[in-house]
Design a protein around this ligand. Sequence first.
Ligand code: IPE
Ligand code: IPE
Ligand code: MG
Length: 253
Amino acid sequence: MISKEQLDKDRLPRHVAIIMDGNGRWAKQKGNPRIFGHKNGVDAVRDTVEGAAELGIGFLTLYAFSTENWKRPRTEIDALMSLLVASIHKETKTLLDNNVRLRAIGDIDSLPKSVAQNLKGAIKKTEKNTGLNLILALSYSSRWEIVNAVKLLVEDLQKEKINSEDINASLFELYLNTAGIPDPELLIRTSGEYRISNYLLWQIAYSELYFTPTLWPDFRREHLYKAILDYQCRERRFGKISEQIAENINVNS
Ligand code: IPE
Ligand code: IPE
Ligand code: MG
């Protein structure tokens, strides 16, 4: 297992995004119903959040429920929503103890009232925290977010708050749910699936992707360290060539 001392503290990603996948399969392997996997997934969230906060990561965005997840059986959706309420309630203290600020992206008003209220309450309680920003993606999908951004932008155009000549990538980003949040340098997906499932499509344009077969309920901070170590061994070129990147490092050092 990797320890946090093996990581280069000066080259930590500012923002890590995770697609927490594999809860159902984890439960099935143990002969249990899918919700057992979701319940155990909360332990993985707690440990990962504590690990990220301790490392000094700025932003951690967790994909907890997608727009498409509304198509799951009603019983699973209801169980997930109850688990969300219970977890937000129970874990607010952990967030406060770790100086974590809770935030959310997604269509929060489409969530059941109890979930939306609890979430907004925890967001308020932790708003003064200055450590890790924990962003929950709930009822979130990237296409929803982008279409929503276009609607808001068109409203501002019609109200003449902006001109069409002003539209560029930086302006457009202000209309996304993630306005003001840096793009993730690292995206992790658990459970051995190699897809993005409508997550942060705009924001991951240049993210490093890391896939692990570990099922989400088994994921712990050491797995996060391993992903970060892998990230730190990569060369990010942003369209340039290796020599230019090396030159830049020399100029800046
Ligand atoms: C991820 O685990 C949690 C959610 C999508 C809510 P899954 O529930 O997708 O588990 P698998 O992928 O079926 O194993
Ligand atoms: C992606 O997982 C969504 C979340 C982790 C919340 P899914 O399990 O829903 O993704 P697909 O359906 O396998 O692509
Ligand atoms: Mg899944």
